[in-house]
Design a protein around this ligand. Structure first.
Ligand code: HEM
Ligand code: HEM
Length: 344
């Protein structure tokens, strides 16, 4: 009887100790990270409406925004595979291989700025880039507007989304509609449930990984609501990774600011859904998440992780894999006799 009582009280003590540990871990984490907001943020100059979101979804899925009629945003940001294309670097117009890896569009509204080097201030500025980039969709704003104006379904959609504008079917409005749709692409994860008070949302390995992520210093650069995506740092702060992972040609933020100190500076990657978005880094040269974690520890912190530590950090990163919103594939307006034909 005594043994039974002792075992029961020891079990109660150890679960109380775990609960206390969880509370302390959560408190430390809440000083660094934020749970994903339940609703999309308000955007300056772009009031989000259901009509805009619906139009933006159509545009996101429409390959006719590209010169060839082959590439849509969805080609490189597949919502069924983590919001990216899982290629080393993206393939675009004329089967050209672009210079950088495609980041996920999920939760991108919470990043400080868009692209690996932060060169687009927000999602509406970003959306105009790929449509015109010669290695992506290789189109021109005039051609895109002619395409959209040729289809009554789109003219109607822009009319409903921008009722007060005199020039409704415009390149600016296209970008605003895509941005509106992208604000809905947010993926709450077990990590959010833990931050919100559910002790059981993370496994014990994930909790150990979270503690390591904070204590080792990863969280100095990967923090906030997107566990990254909110600041710029030199890649290779302590030790430059090999030239394959960090080639000399891509100087990152230097191209944006023309400041020498910004050579090889990149935005610290947002890490939500990182377990789904291999291969890693702007070059996409690393296919294994554990290897990417070890490279980070080495290059950014000058620290060699033990095998167990690296596994636990990977376990924590897996707790950032979220549930994507249900997205119904849109039925797109059909072409008419005046729709410009694919070219290239
Ligand atoms: C970056 C959306 C088309 C490949 C991004 C980002 C967003 C986005 C939001 C930034 C994410 C971040 O910084 O975390 C879109 C939209 C598109 C589109 C709305 C359609 C209008 C494409 C296409 C391709 C592509 C067709 C591939 C051919 C890439 C690549 C980057 C990127 C490689 C990173 C480029 C860099 O940082 O320099 N896209 N994308 N995207 N996207 Fe797209
Ligand atoms: C990228 C994890 C520490 C800055 C990444 C990526 C991972 C990661 C997995 C690749 C994400 C992707 O390709 O989508 C970690 C872990 C760390 C750590 C586990 C601790 C061991 C740091 C620190 C800094 C930092 C301390 C800043 C000094 C960056 C930057 C990138 C990045 C700038 C983008 C690199 C590129 O351009 O390819 N991190 N990180 N990280 N991290 Fe870290």
């Amino acid at each position: 009887m005594l043994r039974v009582l002792l075992t029961a009280s020891l079990a109660a003590m150890s679960s109380a100790a775990f609960a206390a540990d969880d509370t302390a871990l959560r408190e430390e984490a809440l000083g660094i990270f934020e749970p994903l907001p339940k609703t999309a943020p308000e955007l300056p100059g772009n009031k989000i409406t259901p009509e805009k979101i619906e139009l933006g979804k159509m545009l996101f899925f429409d390959p006719r925004l590209s010169a060839s009629g082959v590439f849509s945003c969805y080609s490189c940001h597949n919502l069924a595979t983590g919001g990216d294309d899982n290629l080393e670097t993206s393939i675009g117009h004329g089967w050209q291989k672009g210079p950088r890896n495609s980041p996920t569009v999920f939760n991108s509204v919470f990043n400080i700025a868009q692209f690996w080097d932060g060169r687009a201030e927000d999602l509406k500025e970003q959306a105009k880039g790929p449509i015109q980039a010669s290695v992506e969709m290789a189109n021109t704003p005039d051609q895109v507007i002619a395409t959209l104006n040729s289809m009554p379904g789109y003219v109607d959609g822009f009319g409903k989304a921008f009722p007060d504008d005199s020039d409704k079917v415009s390149f600016d409005n296209l970008a605003k509609a895509i941005e509106a749709f992208e604000t809905t692409l947010n993926t709450p994860a077990p990590f959010d449930a833990f931050l919100e008070g559910d002790d059981d949302a993370l496994t014990s390995d994930q909790k150990l990984g979270l503690a390591l992520f904070m204590d080792k210093g990863c969280a100095a650069c990967h923090s906030g609501v997107n566990v990254g995506g909110n600041g710029y740092y030199p890649f290779g702060l302590i030790e430059k990774p090999g030239a394959e992972i960090l080639p000399e040609g891509d100087k990152g933020r230097f191209e944006v600011t023309q400041t020498v100190d910004d050579s090889y500076v990149f935005r610290a990657s947002p890490l939500r859904n990182v377990a789904l978005t291999a291969p890693y880094f702007h070059t996409g040269k690393v296919w294994n998440l554990k290897t990417a974690v070890q490279i980070m520890a080495d290059s950014q912190l000058g620290e060699e992780l033990t095998d167990t530590e690296a596994d636990q950090i990977v376990a924590f990163l897996e707790s950032l894999t979220g549930t994507p919103p249900a997205v119904t594939v849109p039925v797109l307006p059909s072409e008419t006799g005046t729709t410009p034909r694919p070219d290239g």
